[in-house]
Design a protein around this ligand. Structure first.
Ligand SMILES: Nc1ncnc2c1ncn2[C@@H]1O[C@H](COP(=O)(O)OP(=O)(O)OP(=O)(O)O)[C@@H](O)[C@H]1O
Ligand SMILES: [Mg+2]
Length: 374
């Protein structure tokens, strides 16, 4: 009988595991939040991932549980582990991707380079941090942020008043120094329960309005030292935190060539979509191999350059489907991936990968193909 992999969450990341699961002969099942989700094709259950009974019923007939997102509560995850369910990544590792304050404290303990930071419980504590950092900082809600929601540059403690008002007794916000980065990078590694690790080349990511817009793999003009430092950070976090499955480490590169950790994701990540078409083993296949404790695949790029451009928002008029033929006709080298989601401003509804010998041409083809979906 095929190994049954249960994915909690029905977004595009679960959707993009479907094709590699079929090829690997795995039986993929998805617990979707509602009908009509991106991964609806593989949804065997619909329900609330915060409800232990719902999740228990879903995992009753799977061999391994993994995730499309990091939002399953610790109580639910721990109960599954106590039930004897194989959960990857496990709750102990996942807590560091669920709460940015817990992550900052752990990375400090591991000695991983990161921005200056503090847990601030009230505006006075924030004001003191800002005084020590040229009057500026980046305030973050520790939990539940995505696509820049829950991230705010502040120049005055009052700028975060509404977030302080929303805190419960004893809770804190995270504040970080405003890093004057020259660019953002991402390092991905996969780790099996047995300990084997495979690292991808470090990539450059471009965020617009806090949302990933483009990725270039590998990161252009990255000296060997930079690549080695990034890979070393990825490996030590995967090992130090006991991550299983794919890990993405978002990084800042500074003008003085330091690399600082921004945040972690323990699942396939937007910064790794290029690998679907640009690496010998794509990140969705690699995630499945890792959580199923199968030997990891080769992460070598298939060509000198891979470029990924997100399709954000989708067409103002008409449907995504209507745009395909023209994009394909004009850009036959573009691999167009869509998520089956309705267009909405700023929403990630798909992406385009172009792989090739010439970086400028790959960037042009990917951007032009993605623009057909505006
Ligand atoms: N300390 C910082 N200094 C400068 N810029 C920052 C800092 N922290 C975050 N940013 C900017 O804001 C973006 C979003 O921040 P972050 O990755 O923490 O948020 P997120 O909403 O959790 O993101 P994601 O969509 O990746 O989950 C970063 O990619 C970066 O461009
Ligand atoms: Mg981020």
């Amino acid at each position: 009988m095929a190994l049954r992999v249960g994915v909690i969450g029905g977004g595009q990341l679960a959707r993009m595991m479907i094709a590699p699961a079929v090829e690997l002969g795995l039986d993929l099942r998805v617990l979707a939040e509602s009908d009509g989700m991106s991964a609806g094709l593989a949804a065997t259950a619909v329900g609330d991932y915060r409800d232990l009974d719902t999740v228990r019923a879903f995992v009753a007939d799977v061999d391994v549980v993994t995730f499309d997102h990091e939002h399953v509560p610790q109580e639910v995850l721990r109960a599954l582990v106590e039930d004897g369910v194989s959960v990857h990544p496990g709750p102990h590792a996942l807590q560091f991707a669920q709460d940015k304050l817990v992550m900052r404290a752990k990375l400090a303990e591991l000695g991983v380079p990161q921005p200056d930071w503090a847990a601030v419980h009230d505006p006075d504590e924030l004001a003191r941090f800002l005084d020590d950092h040229d009057g500026r900082g980046v305030v973050k809600t520790p939990r539940g942020g995505y696509d820049g929601k829950g991230v705010r540059v502040v120049r005055d403690a009052a700028d975060a008043q509404d977030w302080f008002d929303a805190l419960n007794e004893g809770e804190a916000l995270l504040v970080e120094e405003l890093v004057p980065f020259v660019r953002e990078l991402a390092q991905q590694v996969a780790r099996r329960p047995s300990g084997e690790i495979a690292a991808y080349p470090v990539v450059e990511t471009v965020q617009r309005d806090g949302v990933c817009a483009e990725v270039i793999a590998p990161a252009p003009s990255a000296p060997v030292r930079l690549s080695e430092v990034a890979e070393g950070i990825g490996r030590s976090i995967a090992e130090g935190l006991g991550v299983t499955g794919m890990l993405a480490v978002e990084l800042f590169e500074t003008a003085d060539e330091r690399v600082l950790v921004n945040e972690l994701a323990m699942r396939p990540h937007n910064s790794g979509h290029w690998s679907q078409d640009g690496a010998v083993t794509g990140q969705f296949e690699q995630h499945l191999r890792a959580v199923a404790d199968l030997p990891l695949g080769d992460t070598t790029p298939r060509a000198p350059w891979s470029v990924m451009v997100n399709i954000l928002g989708g067409p103002q008029e008409g449907t995504i489907g209507e745009r395909f033929a023209a994009a394909m006709t004009e850009h036959p080298s573009a691999k167009i991936h869509t998520y089956g989601k309705d267009p909405r401003p700023g929403r990630k509804v798909g992406h385009v990968n172009v792989v090739g010998q010439d970086l400028d041409d790959a960037v042009y083809q990917a951007r032009a193909a993605a623009a057909h979906f505006d």
